[in-house]
Write a new protein. Structure first.
Length: 177
């Protein structure tokens, strides 16, 4: 039997856990992007207490802890109404973060999380789900396997990132109810 995976909305009571899991999973997967292996700018911008509290106040954002058998194993952040090339905010949802702790990667949890986000987008009447991903690495293969296609190229905007690691893709997936 597959262990139960639950997606718990983030609130003041579990905000610290969201930040800790987000930081840990980010460090496990993305240190290679940063000069001196220092992702400080990204961590401060996305996982500091103030950054998460500010994001939680915005009704356009949704944050979730991914729990497997009541153990936090990853995080999700979506922006409900975010336009992307050719699609208005009304019709497009951004999956800004889907991070899993390394020890839980490859166990089907990412697919369950992606299915959860897709269901949320469909409930809201979205036509597309989109995200940014690095041009190199397993995330690109994962998303392509699950129906995403390259829409555009872009560059990681953090100046402290390593130049060769900055190339990214915007991936998009059409949603059908």
């Amino acid at each position: 039997m597959t262990p139960e995976v639950v997606f718990e909305a983030v609130h003041a009571g579990n905000q610290e856990t969201y930040s800790q899991v987000g930081i840990r999973s980010y460090i496990q997967h993305y240190l290679h992007l940063w000069k001196n292996a220092d992702p400080g700018p990204y961590i401060r911008n996305g996982f500091s207490r103030d950054a998460v509290a500010r994001e939680l106040k915005d009704p356009g954002n949704a944050h979730y802890l991914i729990l497997r058998e009541n153990v936090p194993v990853g995080i999700i952040k979506i922006i409900r109404d975010r336009e992307v090339s050719g699609f208005s905010p009304q019709h497009a949802m951004l999956l800004e973060r889907l991070y899993l702790l390394q020890e839980y990667s490859g166990k089907g949890i990412g697919k369950q999380a992606l299915d959860f986000v897709t269901d949320e987008a469909l409930k809201m009447g979205k036509r597309v789900l989109w995200l940014d991903t690095m041009r190199k690495g397993p995330a690109l293969l994962f998303y392509r396997k699950h129906g995403f296609v390259v829409l555009e190229e872009k560059t990681l905007h953090y100046p402290d990132s390593i130049e060769e690691e900055r190339p990214m893709y915007i991936l998009i997936k059409s949603l059908k109810p």
